[in-house]
Design a binder for this molecule. Structure first.
Ligand code: GDP
Ligand code: MG
Length: 676
């Protein structure tokens, strides 16, 4: 006979979930009762045989969470973290899933080799249908329905336990995601922890990082004991404070919200109510009924987006006007003061620096408001609903609803959006998402639309801008479809779509959020725009003796060489062609370059443009600036995230080709329809 050492199985669950009933059912009479070391909390153990193996079952104290608030929690947590159990059975009260699954999220988080016993299945069935197979698929671990009082399902439970004991890969717990605000900090902290010499892998870097962000005392103490750990604890506390300020809620609360959001999303997929709901619907449920409605959800989102655009324009308009007036006054002051000393210097300052930087700076109110709106959508929980609604649609592109969030972030700036694809699990989904992000119309492109919209479509600016955003989305979706068929064939796994609780974002939080991102944007854009403006000003003045930005300047020559390419799109002038070149440096440089080349900003620029473009050609030009070649910063981050020059070049090439083709199509199509 071969003597097997017994396999340890821990039972974890909320009080009254039926642990002891299942424990008795599994072990029959073979039990012994003792105490947990050092404390007077009862510890029950028992054994049973299944097949050739002996299983030793430990009934853990009942807990709602794996925090460090009670002795029971600490006992359960330490036992689980010490990996004393080969299999952890999470006993869940199926008739009270929302509350019970909270512990489950934390068991998943510590990566326990989990089997979920869906206990009280009899009671649950009275109110709803639970789909254990679906739950198992979404959680990534076996799920067995049981009835502790009758012993129904115990054989299946024993079989599932034995299967996971033999092959822990049968339980591949999913990793919860904590959103674009928390997730990057979490990843960074986890990385730092993993790099600490003396960090015990059993503490699991990601779990420990999360606990530090949550401000867990015990974990802080444990990490401080590791050499170099003290600094990380301080860092985590600082991050936690920062998050608290940006989110407008303590990090700990925000983390709990995400867990509940995960559970709500999960339940929407695994529960079917029988008859009317026995519990009163909360306000959040009522909102979700509409917002995540299969048919209403998407049109509602489009309407919300459109309304917000209109709003940002209305609010920004007087502020932009104020900025423009200030800029013009400053320009004439500088010109008056410097011109007598040196006309060249005056031209440099007024045309080069002010014309370039200023023409973009006046749009800062629009950009700030866009970031503010995005922050509001994210912080309120609405964005998660949009991702939820889009999930089914995204699956048709063999993508996942989660890919939708980086896409939406692309409206702010493509660079962080591409970085946010790191939260996607599969490489193919990452690659597809990342490649189409450049068509999400970033805030740097907004000044172009605002300028052209005001110049050519004064009564319908909102509609025009909205249509460009929509075009970007539609083409990105089409490209994603093609890429997923041709370049990255495969299916997307089903995941839970989180539904975090709604909350009213604090104004302070949203402003902080938007302020931070606008500042980042300005810092990045400022330098590039200044450099590009100065360079352009130089090229516009060379070779020596040419008229400023004249047709014979270097700039004019380059633009004139390119211009014929754009004749089919309706803008054969050399100046817009030069602006497109400059736009590769940074999209906002398109406007500043036009400002430099036409030698005017604001309303002056708008009327100057009307001499070059017809409204239809102006629209084709906007389409071109939306689609063609990503900016240098985006190209750089694509290179970094894909680790491949080939894919980077691919991104540059396909956007250029499609962008040009789309502009031509718009112009020629519009002419056929008699629009221009
Ligand atoms: P524990 O606190 O997790 O150890 O839960 P117990 O095993 O003590 O069970 C709590 C109560 O639920 C007891 O009254 C059990 O008889 C009852 N119970 C346990 N399992 C089931 C079940 O599957 N169905 C029903 N209807 N009752 C159950
Ligand atoms: Mg008990």
């Amino acid at each position: 006979m071969v003597a097997h050492s017994p396999i340890t199985v821990a039972l974890a669950g909320n009080p009254n979930a039926g642990k002891t009933s299942l424990f008795n059912g599994l072990t029959g009479g073979r039990q012994r009762v003792g105490n947990w070391p050092g404390v007077t909390v009862e510890r029950k153990e028992g054994t049973y045989r299944y097949g050739a193996e002996t299983f030793n079952v430990v009934d853990l104290p009942g807990t709602y969470s794996l925090g460090a608030y009670s002795l029971d929690e600490v006992i359960a947590r330490d036992f689980l973290l010490a990996e004393e159990a080969e299999v952890v059975v999470n006993v869940v009260d199926a008739s009270n899933l929302e509350r019970n699954l909270y512990l489950t999220t934390q068991l998943l988080e510590i990566g326990a080799p989990l089997v979920v016993a869906l206990n009280m299945f009899d009671r649950a069935q009275r109110t709803y249908d639970v789909d254990p197979a679906k739950l198992s698929e979404l959680l990534g671990v076996p799920v067995v329905p049981t009835v502790g009082t009758s012993g129904w399902g115990l054989e299946n439970l024993r079989a599932a336990i034995a299967a996971v004991a033999r092959d822990p890969r049968r339980a591949r717990p999913l990793e919860l995601r904590y959103g674009s605000e928390i997730e990057p900090h979490l990843a960074e902290l986890a990385g730092d922890l993993a790099n600490l010499r003396g960090f015990a892998p059993a503490l699991r870097p990601r779990w420990t990082a999360l606990k530090l962000l949550e401000g867990d005392d015990n974990v802080q103490v444990a990490v401080r004991e590791i050499p170099g750990g003290g600094a990380l604890v301080e860092e985590a506390m600082a991050v936690s404070d920062h998050l608290g300020r940006v989110i407008g809620e303590e990090a700990e609360v925000a983390v709990a919200d995400y867990r509940y959001g995960f559970i709500r999303g999960l339940l929407r997929d695994v529960l079917r109510l029988r008859g009317p709901s026995p519990v009163r619907l909360t306000a959040s449920d009522r909102i979700d009924r509409v917002v995540t409605h299969r048919l209403l959800g998407i049109p509602l989102f489009l309407a919300v987006a459109y309304g917000l655009f209109e709003l940002t324009f209305t609010v920004a308009e007087p502020i932009v006007g104020f900025f423009e007036a200030g800029l013009q006054a400053l320009g004439s002051r500088v010109a008056a003061g410097v011109e007598p000393l040196s006309p060249l210097l005056a031209s440099f300052l007024v045309d080069g620096v002010l014309g370039g930087v200023g023409s973009v700076a006046v749009f800062v109110p629009n950009i700030f408001l866009l970031f503010l709106v995005l922050a509001f959508l994210e912080d309120s929980g609405y964005m998660a609903r949009v991702a939820y609604v889009m999930d089914e649609f995204m699956h048709r592109l063999s993508l996942h609803g989660r890919s939708f969030i980086p896409l939406i972030l692309g409206f702010g700036c493509n660079v962080p959006a591409i970085m946010a694809t790191r939260t996607l699990d599969s490489r193919r989904e990452r690659m597809i998402t990342l490649l189409v992000i450049p068509w999400m119309s970033c805030s740097a492109r907004l000044p172009i639309y605002v300028l052209f919209g005001a110049a050519f479509f004064p009564g319908r600016r909102g509609l025009v801008v909205w249509s460009l955003y929509l075009l970007g989305i539609v083409l990105a979706v089409g490209a994603a479809k093609v890429f997923s068929r041709v370049l990255f064939p495969g299916e997307s796994a089903h995941f839970v779509m989180e539904l975090p609780p709604y909350r009213l974002p604090t104004l302070r939080g949203a402003f902080l959020h938007a302020g931070e991102r606008s500042w980042e944007f300005l810092k990045r854009a400022g330098g590039i725009i200044l450099a590009a403006s100065v360079l352009l000003w130089g090229l516009a003045n060379l070779p020596p003796g040419v008229a400023y930005a004249g047709r014979d300047s270097f700039l004019g020559t380059a633009g004139a060489a390119l211009a014929p390419l754009f004749a089919p799109a309706g803008f054969a002038d050399w100046r817009p062609a030069v602006a497109l070149l400059a736009g590769i440096g940074a999209k906002e440089a398109v406007v500043s370059t036009l400002g430099v080349l036409y030698g005017v900003g604001g309303e002056g620029l708008a009327s100057a443009l009307r001499t070059t473009f017809s409204p239809l050609a102006a629209y084709a030009y906007m389409v071109m600036t939306l689609l063609y070649i990503p900016c240098v910063a985006t190209i750089a981050v694509i290179r970094r995230e894909t680790g491949s020059w080939r894919w980077t070049l691919f991104a540059v090439a396909y956007t250029l080709i499609v962008g040009w083709a789309a502009a031509v199509l718009v112009y020629q199509g519009g002419r056929l329809l008699g629009w221009g």
